[in-house]
Each structure stands twice: as structure tokens, then as C-alpha cells.
Design a protein around this ligand. Structure first.
Ligand SMILES: [Zn+2]
Ligand SMILES: [Zn+2]
Length: 233
């Protein structure tokens, strides 16, 4: 007679296939090795030198303060984070999206939150049709479950398609995204967080935050999984 024992399968680490931590598809080692964003502008998350005075905004935020109050960004946009984000964004790797949202949730849960609504960074409708889904909305959905803060994917909308930002210089980028967003003022609470996967130049976050402020929010935070390592601005 053959008796089979069925062991419950422990989840595996997404990066190295070792047994994963509970509630996170990463093992302890891979979690510790992730490229953390440690030295950064508290306002826009621009990576800064380790020698820069802590809690001091970067030169640009001092000279031209953005409409958002602060950014919460746990990671640098480097491998393996960049691979997870690309897989999630362009190949609809939803389990990677869950993992990225969990990492962001752990980061924001460590602090006292003064946010009443999560708004995913919107895609222009034509881009949404092309890609099939908005990765920022997937992040916001998981973050909402993890934090208990409600989310809404229709209040903030994109009315102008984004050109290829990488090729434009800073002034062009700012011009391209200015007035690219509208926000419904209905049901907007005092303090709002805009959710995105990556902050690349900050121009998009500035424009979206300005639209949310125009709609009546008093405080806006930017929550993103990663910040590109090069200033780019
Ligand atoms: Zn691992
Ligand atoms: Zn800054």
C-alpha cells in the first residue's frame, strides 16, 4: 500500500526560487539585496550624493518647487527591479505587479500616512487601448488593499498622449506634459497620493500633481516603486 503525504507547497522566490517569505514572493536574501533608494531628494526622490545634507530638497525643488509635497519611492530603477517592472508593464506580468505593489506598501506602511485617496497615474486612452491595461491602476488596487486607503481610477485623467519623453530635453518635456491631465474635483479629499511604477524625470509627476491641486486637494504625495538612477533632468 502506498501512502502519499502531500506537503503544502511553500511559495518560491520570484528571483532565485528559494522558499519565499510569507506574504511576499521574495526570499530574505533577495529582499535584502534589492537596490534601495537611500540618498534622495525628500520632495522629488531625485537620487543624490551620499554626502548631501539629509532632508534637504534638491536644487531644482528649491528653485522651482513642484505641486506635490513629497515622494515615497523605495527602490532604484536597476536590475532586478527594472526587469520586474518591464515584465509587469509590457508583458502583463501581474504577479510581478503584486510583488512591486507589496514592496511599495511595506515602504509606506513604515511611516504615518496622511493620505485619504490613491489616484493611479493615468494613461492616455489611446495608450491604454494599445497596452490593454494601466499598470499604475494595478499597483493602486493592491496598495489600497494593503493600506486600507480607497483608490479611484477615473478622477484623474490624461487628455494628451505622452510623446517619447526620453528624447526631449527638460523644457520640452515640461511643455509636452503641461495641461496633459485633468482631475475631477468631485469627491476629492484633502490629501491624495498619485501612484506610478517609475519616476523618470519628474515632469509627469509635476503636471499630474498640479492638476490634482487645481481640483482642490491641499496635499499631494507621489508614491512610486522606483526612481531612475540618472537625474535625466
Ligand atoms: Zn531569492
Ligand atoms: Zn527634488
Amino acid at each position: 500500500m502506498c501512502i502519499k503525504f502531500i506537503h503544502p507547497q511553500r511559495a518560491r522566490c520570484r528571483l532565485c526560487h528559494a522558499p519565499a517569505l510569507p506574504e511576499l514572493s521574495l526570499c530574505e536574501g533577495c529582499l535584502t539585496a534589492l537596490p534601495r533608494l537611500v540618498h534622495a531628494c525628500p520632495r522629488c526622490a531625485l537620487p543624490m550624493e551620499a554626502s548631501a545634507p539629509p532632508e534637504t530638497p534638491c536644487g531644482e525643488c528649491q528653485a522651482d518647487p513642484p505641486a506635490f509635497e513629497l515622494s515615497r519611492v523605495p527602490l532604484r530603477y536597476e536590475a532586478p527591479v527594472s526587469d520586474l517592472i518591464s515584465h509587469f508593464k509590457y508583458r502583463r506580468g501581474l504577479s510581478d505587479g503584486q510583488l512591486l505593489a507589496q514592496l511599495l506598501a511595506r515602504h509606506v506602511r513604515d511611516t504615518t500616512l496622511d493620505v485619504q485617496l490613491l489616484l493611479p497615474m493615468p494613461l492616455h486612452p489611446s495608450r491604454l487601448r494599445e497596452r490593454g491595461y494601466n499598470q499604475a491602476a494595478e499597483l493602486a488596487r493592491t496598495l489600497s488593499r494593503a493600506t486600507g486607503i480607497p483608490w479611484n481610477s477615473t478622477l484623474l485623467r490624461r487628455t494628451k498622449a505622452a510623446p517619447t519623453q526620453r528624447e526631449a530635453n527638460k523644457r520640452e518635456r515640461r511643455r509636452n506634459v503641461r495641461k496633459a491631465f485633468v482631475c475631477e474635483s468631485k469627491n476629492l479629499p484633502r490629501s491624495v497620493a498619485i501612484i506610478d511604477d517609475v519616476v523618470t524625470t519628474g515632469s509627469t509627476a509635476r503636471a499630474a500633481a498640479a492638476a490634482v491641486k487645481l481640483a482642490g486637494a491641499e496635499r499631494v504625495e507621489i508614491w512610486a516603486v522606483a526612481r531612475t538612477p540618472k537625474p535625466g533632468d
